[in-house]
Design a protein around this ligand. Structure first.
Ligand SMILES: NC(=O)c1ccc[n+]([C@@H]2O[C@H](COP(=O)([O-])OP(=O)(O)OC[C@H]3O[C@@H](n4cnc5c(N)ncnc54)[C@H](OP(=O)(O)O)[C@@H]3O)[C@@H](O)[C@H]2O)c1
Length: 265
């Protein structure tokens, strides 16, 4: 694999430059997405619309669109001979990434109950994003990122790892609550109850935001920061949109419930 990358990029320095450029492009896209989301919701799930292409079966869409986020990094990790890939900090941070994407790409899609079909445009965009981000995160961590030997005892790593873990648990638990609102065969919406949903409408989104923020703190790179910021922008907007949607749809929606941050927002 080293040969492929040497042929593609010429040298490690050039590939690292590319990885940095990709992070700045993601930050730029996050800004553009923020502006777009002021006028339109990301078109999938309850906001799916036929103007964004033909419908793709929801389980197939989630499985195929998320799979590159697992397969591309797996190929990178198995193929690299760089010393970074055997360092403890790199390994632990890579493990956090894989823990999330094994769940998201190989388990989550098959547990979905009655989800709306995904418009082709949203599906294709998610697929491209997973290839892009999978390469950007794991190529950097497995081949370039250098940490001091005692990084795993550094407060940034420890607090990042704790945040990542808490966010992961909140995300998985909240997705579990949502899916169990529907009995097999049902497709409608109900008021979520339990867990952090008692306080906010976007509990699953808060979990994911906390998770990738913790990851960014532990990984301490422009690559991980760009992904955490992108996630924050996309999912905070979705949490606010869902909150408004619930308030319009359900007269008895709990008035004290906030959109994303308990008691605050
Ligand atoms: N890192 C990122 O940038 C990123 C981006 C997007 C998503 N994600 C993650 O991917 C996961 C799914 O995201 P999502 O946007 O699809 O979440 P969502 O809109 O909350 O929907 C999740 C699932 O639960 C169902 N559902 C939601 N609310 C329901 C209710 N009140 N009653 C019954 N069923 C309900 C949905 O069905 P319908 O399909 O019928 O609405 C869907 O199958 C989340 O964990 C999210 O954090 C991450």
């Amino acid at each position: 694999m080293t040969d492929i990358f040497t042929e593609l990029f010429g040298s490690d320095a050039e590939e690292l430059y590319l990885l940095d450029c990709m992070s700045y492009i993601m930050l730029f896209m996050a800004g553009a997405t923020f502006l777009t989301l002021l006028f339109e919701n990301v078109p999938y799930g309850r906001y799916a619309s036929s103007k964004y292409g033909f419908p793709v079966n929801v389980k197939f869409a989630w499985f195929v669109q998320e799979l590159p986020a697992f397969v591309v990094p797996l190929y990178l990790v198995l193929g690299t001979s760089a010393a970074q890939s055997s360092q403890l900090p790199n390994r632990l941070i890579i493990a956090m990434y894989f823990c999330h994407y094994v769940q998201r790409s190989l388990i989550y899609p098959f547990l979905i109950r009655g989800g709306k079909s995904t418009p082709f445009f949203s599906f294709a965009l998610a697929f491209v994003f997973c290839v892009y981000n999978g390469y950007m995160q794991i190529r950097h961590l497995s081949h370039f990122a250098e940490y001091p030997a005692d990084w795993v005892t550094h407060p940034f790593f420890i607090s990042g790892a704790v945040l990542w873990f808490v966010g992961f648990l909140i995300n998985v638990h909240s997705d579990h609550i949502l899916r169990n609102l529907r009995k097999p065969g049902e497709t409608g919406y109900k008021i979520p109850v339990g867990g952090l949903f008692e306080y906010i409408s976007g509990a699953n989104f808060l979990g994911e935001i906390v998770e990738w923020s913790g990851f960014a703190l532990a990984a301490h790179s422009i690559q991980s920061a760009a992904f955490a910021i992108f996630t924050l922008i996309v999912l905070s907007s979705r949490a606010v949109a869902h909150h408004r949607w619930y308030l319009e749809k359900f007269e008895d929606y709990p008035k004290s419930r906030k959109a994303l941050i308990p008691f605050v927002y």
